[in-house]
Design a protein around this ligand. Structure first.
Ligand code: C2E
Ligand code: MG
Ligand code: MG
Ligand code: MG
Length: 287
């Protein structure tokens, strides 16, 4: 079974699965039922320090435990959920579950718990007038400190209208951290950084060092430093990439080289194992 799974630990996209009307409607109805029947689950991918590989936080990544099709990745249902508006209740569930898990780890592991919980939010969620209030409620109900929650948005979300700008201000006022995900792939990056203060940028994995020059990765780090913004390198798959990023000066990274998205149980076990052995190497995880 494991062999059939893609790199993210879920089944690969199969051509023909997509989005004709009828199929889309069927998916929507099924996703609504899935929300109701607790078929959504979260995996958590460690964010680590460079060069030590010490855990600093996790990113929550949603999957759908489909009764017939197995564990589905977000690429198979998030676009449909965004189109239909189902992303709003889905995202609310993700947010609340991630905050609950973050608090459970803190209760269990104390200082060893992941320092921050990152949650992805879609443009459609930020356009909802009540989004910042929902985040406030999730923090209140879980008991998680606002400063331990990071909301990840993309460049195109950040320039959005509707209630987006009010929500971004509201989140900042709460003390929630904001991260610009997939940095460098969107439009209007520089004017955006000038106008939309964020706490973190995540260098898109397409800019992770390859065999060629690492001009972009280096320049983005300089930009982040100049702005006083934390930089995270995403999609680090090899020891060579980790070493190059460390040489460039990156101190935060995420990627399969360090750990894949993991069940909450595996994250807890990984942290406990490291505590016992006091390993300073990469945060090791089952593939
Ligand atoms: P993202 O936020 O940029 O998340 C990182 C994605 O890269 C994850 O894919 C992760 O599994 C994958 N990844 C991590 N390390 C590596 C690596 O070394 N190499 C490669 N090739 N990939 C790596 P995943 O879990 O399939 O999620 C895809 C996207 O779906 C996310 O991209 C995010 O935009 C969206 N997404 C996931 N969960 C949620 C959610 O709860 N809400 C919303 N709105 N979107 C979500
Ligand atoms: Mg993300
Ligand atoms: Mg990303
Ligand atoms: Mg992405």
């Amino acid at each position: 079974e494991a062999k059939e799974r893609g790199e993210g630990g879920y089944q690969r996209y199969r051509p023909g699965m997509e989005a004709r009307g009828a199929e889309r409607n069927r998916l929507t109805a099924a996703l609504l039922a899935a929300l109701d029947q607790d078929e959504l689950v979260l995996r958590y991918q460690p964010v680590v320090t460079l060069p030590e590989g010490r855990l600093t936080g996790v990113e929550a990544l949603v999957r759908w435990q489909h009764p017939e099709r197995g564990l589905l990745g977000p690429g198979e249902f998030i676009p449909g959920a965004e189109e239909t508006g189902l992303i709003v209740p889905l995202g609310r569930w993700v947010l609340r579950e991630a905050c609950r898990q973050a608090t459970a780890w803190i209760d269990d592991l104390g200082d060893l718990a992941p320092g921050t919980m990152s949650v992805n939010a879609s443009a459609r969620q930020l356009q909802e007038p009540g989004f910042a209030a929902e985040v406030a409620a999730a923090l209140r109900d879980s008991g998680l400190a606002a400063g331990r929650l990071t909301i990840e948005i993309t460049e195109s979300t950040a320039v959005g209208g509707g209630a987006t700008q009010d929500n971004l201000r509201g989140l900042r006022a709460l003390g929630v951290r904001l991260s610009l995900d997939d940095f460098g792939t969107g439009a209007s990056t520089l004017s955006l950084l000038a106008n939309c203060p964020v706490d973190q940028i995540k260098l898109d994995r397409s800019f992770a060092p390859g065999p060629g020059p690492d001009a972009i990765a280096g320049a983005v780090l300089q930009l982040a430093r100049a702005l006083g913004v934390e930089a995270v390198a995403e999609g680090v798959e090899t020891p060579a990439q980790a070493a190059k990023l460390g040489d460039l000066g990156y101190v935060r990274a995420q990627g399969f080289h360090f750990a894949r998205p993991m069940t909450p149980e595996d994250v807890g076990a990984g942290i406990r194992a490291r505590q016992v052995t006091e390993l300073a190497g990469s945060f090791s995880a089952r593939p």
